[in-house]
Unconditional design. Structure first.
Length: 503
């Protein structure tokens, strides 16, 4: 993006700018990182709770652990890696963000042209007729028609005496930095969405499997009641009640299958395909591995890692430079002009006939003396825009810290919830087994069985959802911490400040 030609041009522009004086307006200073020691009021535990089920492994919180550029590989799922690779290649949001970044830098290069003189060459042939009827006799004795050929070069240069042009270029460079981090945000959002969609698909498949297990259990119980009905041990109303419960369980499957189909469509769209081009990869909770070490970045580093904070900082920089542009507009404007050329009646005489050359050197300085307060109010508007952007930057930082705190709380809570869900599911399953055995012996009524089945169904679904939550919120933590874009080899280059903005 920034080749040798662009760098050379920028260095030359820096030299010209340095000769023209200081840049008015404030020099941008990077905001200091928040002076906080952590993300939560209480210290984080060394590790989360564990549960004896897939996705129930304990996770350790590691302070200042760096995040890999491809953080999703920590889930050790080849299917997930494949889909993210396809998404990065085919999803149109990334090319759109890349094009916006290229556009921003081209605007920078275009603005840098103001540091150089502008030369315009022109050639103007004219055919003329003299009004002989109104000229004196001696001047109208020749032919009234004549041709005039004029060739000239006009060079204009506006010295950037007060740095208004430099501030304009500075603002555009900051805008390019904004677009750069918008690209990083698009990259992080896309990869995080693929991970979240894959986890949600696995969760839905787990819920469908859980409901199918419940349907199987209730079908077996209904078979027992049918046999007892034939023997006259139960009433027909009891069997009808169990049949109704089974029908309700079966009715829960279509909505889940509908959600699964929509989730598959979402995954297909994320990898840049149409719904009919569904990928072959499918996801189950058991195919994902929970990362054991969770990074907890230092608060001072979070502001550098989050693309949204960096984007907000770039907008703040652009707003700061715009103040300098507004200040420079209130000061005298200087222009230098040089005009040279030649004029002749025949084109072949333009450069060889003596006396046909002409030239002009001119300078101009202009100062606005009355504009009804226009420039003053533009300066005040730039100040207000900076104040607005500064407040938005602070809000972005607060929101980022909130995201990390929420993710850390969620990871801990998920582990505790899953541990309790495992215990509840095992107890409910044991209770259901006892109830089924007692039903076969005729020791309990169908109401006792229904109670045990409903308890087990609820516990099983909570277990599946608890497993999925651990994967989803772990991914959310990586996203909240910035996603490790700084460790990617294909990340856009760092900011390029070619022009000296500070005298």
């Amino acid at each position: 993006m920034h080749g040798r030609k662009a760098v050379s041009r920028g260095l030359l522009a820096a030299g010209i700018a340095a000769l023209t004086g200081c840049a008015v307006g404030p020099d941008f200073e990077q905001p200091a990182a928040p002076e906080v020691a952590g993300y939560t009021p209480e210290p984080l535990p060394q590790q989360t709770a564990s549960a004896g089920v897939s996705g129930g492994e304990a996770q350790r919180f590691v302070n200042d652990l760096d995040i890999p550029g491809q953080w999703w590989t920590l889930f050790h799922s080849e299917a997930l890696n494949t889909l993210i690779e396809q998404a990065l290649q085919n999803n149109p949001t990334l090319p759109a963000a890349e094009a916006a970044l290229r556009q921003a830098w081209e605007n920078v290069y275009a603005a840098e042209g103001a540091f150089f003189p502008t030369a315009v060459a022109s050639f103007s042939p004219t055919r003329n007729k003299t009004a002989t009827g109104v000229t004196f006799t001696a001047g109208s004795s020749g032919k009234p028609w004549f041709t005039l050929h004029t060739a000239q070069v006009v060079v204009t240069y506006a010295p950037d005496v007060f740095g208004g042009t430099r501030r304009e270029v500075e603002s555009l460079m900051a805008t390019a930095e904004f677009q750069r981090f918008q690209l990083e945000a698009a990259y992080l959002t896309l990869t995080s969405n693929v991970v979240a969609a894959a986890v949600q698909e696995a969760s839905l498949r787990g819920q469908i499997a859980a409901n199918e297990e419940i349907i199987k259990v209730e079908t077996q119980a209904l078979d027992i009641l049918h046999k007892q009905l034939e023997l006259g041990q139960v009433a027909g109303g009891d069997v009808a009640a169990v049949e109704a419960t089974l029908a309700q369980a079966q009715a829960t499957l279509p909505p889940l299958q509908k959600q699964l189909a929509a989730q598959r469509d979402l995954l297909t769209a994320l990898i840049g395909r149409f719904p009919s081009q569904e990928p072959a990869e499918k996801f189950e909770l058991g195919s994902l591995q929970l990362p054991k070490d969770l990074p907890v970045s230092l608060p001072s580093k979070l502001v550098e890692q989050r693309p949204d904070i960096q984007s907000a900082q770039a907008q703040l920089h652009a707003a700061s430079a715009s103040i300098g542009v507004a200040v420079a507009a209130t000061l005298p404007q200087f222009t230098l002009t040089a005009n040279g050329g030649t004029v002749a009646n025949q084109i072949n005489q333009l450069f060889i006939t003596p006396g046909t050359a002409f030239w002009t050197l001119a300078g101009n300085v202009a100062q606005t003396v009355f504009d009804a307060g226009t420039l003053l109010h533009k300066k005040r508007a730039a100040d207000a825009a900076f104040d607005e952007t500064a407040a938005m930057y602070r809000n972005t930082v607060i929101t980022a810290f909130q995201n990390v705190a929420d993710a850390l709380h969620a990871v801990q809570s998920d582990a505790d919830t899953l541990k309790a869900a495992v215990a509840a599911e095992r107890a409910a399953f044991k209770s259901l087994e006892i109830a089924r055995h007692q039903l076969q012996l005729g020791a309990i009524s169908y109401l006792g069985l229904l109670t045990a089945e409903n308890t087990y169904q609820t516990a099983l679904l909570v277990l599946v959802q608890g497993q999925a939550a651990r994967y989803a919120d772990t991914a959310a933590l990586f996203q909240a911490l910035g996603g490790g874009w700084w460790n990617r080899a294909d990340a856009p280059p760092a900011k390029r400040w070619d022009v000296q903005f500070i005298p």
